[in-house]
Design a protein around this ligand. Structure first.
Ligand SMILES: [Zn+2]
Length: 117
């Protein structure tokens, strides 16, 4: 099993590393279908990632049959973003697609503060 401390060069960090090591993550939410945690290598001073537990490739591959998952995902995103907005005054919610998406497993970044350079 790949540890959180190992360098990971593959295309699905969440199925390969995060989910098998979920107990080692700094979780902010652990639900039936969705989890959220503080990023292990944060790009922003506040950087939380919201991820479905089953494999979904990206926002644009979600289908109508994924509606229950979409509902849970959006609920967690809303809850985490509200806490970041409350505690830090502002928040960004973003998901990447295509070449912008480093890990080919749907995930949303919720961030606040100036990004690292
Ligand atoms: Zn995956």
């Amino acid at each position: 099993m790949t540890s959180l401390d190992d360098p990971y060069a593959g295309t699905d960090f969440y199925c390969a590393v995060a989910l098998p090591n979920i107990g080692a993550l700094d979780l902010v939410h652990d639900g039936d279908a969705v989890f959220a945690y503080h990023h292990t290598r944060p790009y922003w001073p506040v950087h939380i990632v919201v991820v479905p537990k089953r494999h979904v490739a990206s926002l644009t591959t979600l289908a109508a049959t994924d509606e229950p998952l979409i509902r849970e995902l959006l609920g967690v995103i809303r809850e985490v973003a509200a806490a970041v907005e409350r505690d830090h005054g502002s928040a960004t919610v973003v998901t990447n697609l295509g070449a912008y998406q480093d890990s080919k497993h749907l995930h949303f970044h919720i961030a606040s503060g100036e990004p690292a350079r």
